[in-house]
Design a protein around this ligand. Structure first.
Ligand code: MN
Length: 159
């Protein structure tokens, strides 16, 4: 509903994506009005999505703001290229990392509702254990939920 598909070639969920052995994740570097990294985790057949403003970090001391955005269809994970100006999130998109992930604290949909999702990524750039923690709802009226994306200390962590 935020897009005019006669103007943008962004995937709209019309293509069936086969179920894989593990849920997918993708991080799309999005050079929009403000550069950000869109983290997408496949949960129950859709991509739960966050815009990570400074990009993910492998340093457990770095807490990265991750602004929750609307769910995206799983076929969106293949998108690279330029989204026309004026379309929601216009700008240039490249796949920065992708792979599979596992939830580490039970059912991921329930963990997200509770506001704390522990998970492990198996990507090319990002590997190992992370947590997404929901912060108190902001009062700026944006209506968005702000989360923090934090790397856990493990063999994949770096300073
Ligand atoms: Mn984006």
């Amino acid at each position: 509903g935020k897009r005019d598909f006669s103007l943008t070639r962004e995937p709209g969920g019309s293509r069936d994506v086969p179920v894989a052995d593990y849920p997918r994740f993708v991080i799309q570097k999005h050079d929009a009005t403000r550069l950000h990294y869109d983290l997408r985790l496949e949960v129950d057949g859709t991509f739960k999505s966050w815009a990570v403003t400074r990009g993910p970090s492998l340093d457990p001391k770095q807490k990265r703001l991750a602004v929750e955005v609307e769910d995206h269809p799983v076929d969106y994970g293949d998108l690279e290229g330029t989204i026309p100006k004026g379309q929601y999130g216009g700008g240039t998109v490249m796949v920065w990392d992708r792979g599979f992930w596992t939830a580490d604290n039970g059912d991921p949909a329930a963990a997200l509702r509770k506001g704390e999702l522990k998970f492990t990524l198996g990507g090319d750039k990002l590997k190992g254990s992370f947590v997404l923690v929901r912060m108190a709802r902001d009062r700026t009226g944006s209506g968005r939920n702000n989360w923090l994306l934090i790397k856990h200390a493990d063999e994949w962590a770096t300073a």
